[in-house]
Design a protein. Sequence first.
Length: 220
Amino acid sequence: MVRRAFLFCAFTLTATAGVAAELRGFVSEGAAGVLQFQFCNGPVLGRELFPIEDKTPNGALRQGVGAVRQIMLRRYQPLYVEARGERGKTSVTAYQFQRALGTVELCKVLPRDIASNVRLLAEGEGPAWRLVVTDATAVLELPDKVSVKLPAGAFKGAGSDQAAKESLARTYEARSADGIPIRVEVNPQMCTDGRSETAYGARVIVRIEKRVLQGCASRF
């Protein structure tokens, strides 16, 4: 009987606790401006609406949704959002806003431009640059079409559940194979260029020698 009681308690705690999850779906506004989330279940949009508790840094989720709505053509339709947080039985809690895309209209055509093993993805324009970090690799693509390989271990913690729940800015320091020091500053807050129908969850500054590159991150 004791063993059965222990198993029942353990099951109850597991079932009721929030489960860390990748949140992929569409956001709309309900009564009194409450954000509501509909999950994409494969190619199908779920029917149930979950109210969102926005615990993202500085309300980045709400800010990102608002920024994209201001410039998207169909501003009153549900907006596709990627975030990290917890999915409960009746609500959703978002800890990290990743990106919102006004150009995505259906679950069956979700973007597939970011691999599941990417822990940090940042990029910027004018001039164009891109930083991609996975579990095993880290590559910084510079504006002059030069790719710099960095040790992936220098970006420890990026893309983790703990990072998703933390609102503090983070700094990563790495050296290229040539010994060039590179500093990557990630500040979790809404980021957008104000022109495209996209908003991101973090501002990023890359410092390499005398160069300063600025952009946004959709994974961090």
